[in-house]
Design a protein around this ligand. Structure first.
Ligand code: 5GP
Length: 186
């Protein structure tokens, strides 16, 4: 039996990585798609675990070989979902989780209507700003780019199948897990 694609998006700092990790720990038949990116690795990021870190040339070569399900430019860098590993996991009957931006999510929905799109919404832009500041991984300039981008992403949430507000992490996770169990084919 084939698995199903689940997409989690939301603005930077909305908590989607935490929710995704919790989901992957709890859901036995769900595997993560590791994206490729041209962004430089952050401290503690591991090649092949968090991302495949590629040069712009290599990324563009893979685009020309149709090696991505979807790809997008986010904050001046390329990000993309490699086709082969995802295909293999789906064929093995696993559901696959894509933690990608709204541009990528909408491309996925176009290719595969059965994909389940979940948007993690911050309670407010102020809360999001505080979370990004406390994460301390961005320069002031990057912070302001990410906040501007957040507003644009939130506008696109209407295209998602589910919108879940991340006010309290545990409550948000419970809702996402319930969506997953109801929509999973396994
Ligand atoms: P970050 O640089 O913070 O790791 O990610 C920046 C943004 O790129 C996030 O919104 C993240 O979800 C998105 N992203 C990560 N991987 C992919 C991907 O494969 N495709 C697309 N379209 N976006 C991605």
């Amino acid at each position: 039996m084939k698995g199903r694609l689940f997409v989690i998006s939301g603005p930077s700092g909305c908590g989607k990585s935490t929710i995704s990790s919790m989901l992957l720990k709890k859901a036995q038949h769900l595997k993560l798609s590791v994206s490729a990116t041209t962004r430089k690795p952050r401290e503690n990021e591991i090649e092949g675990e968090h991302y495949y870190f590629l040069t712009k040339d290599n990324f563009e070569k893979l685009i020309s070989q149709n090696a991505f399900y979807e790809y997008a430019k986010v904050f001046e860098n390329y990000y993309g979902t490699p086709v082969e590993p995802v295909k293999m996991m789906l064929e093995q009957g696993y559901d696959v989780l894509l933690e990608i931006d709204v541009q990528g999510a909408l491309q996925i929905k176009n290719i595969d209507e059965s994909a389940v799109l979940i948007f993690i919404m911050p309670p407010s832009l102020d809360v999001l700003k505080q979370r990004l500041i406390s994460r301390n991984s961005e320069s002031d300039e990057q912070l302001s780019i990410r906040l501007n981008e957040a507003a644009t992403e939130i506008d696109k949430a209407v295209y998602y199948d589910f919108i879940v507000i991340n006010d309290k992490l545990e409550e948000c996770f419970d809702k996402v897990y319930e969506i997953y169990t109801r929509q999973s084919c396994s």
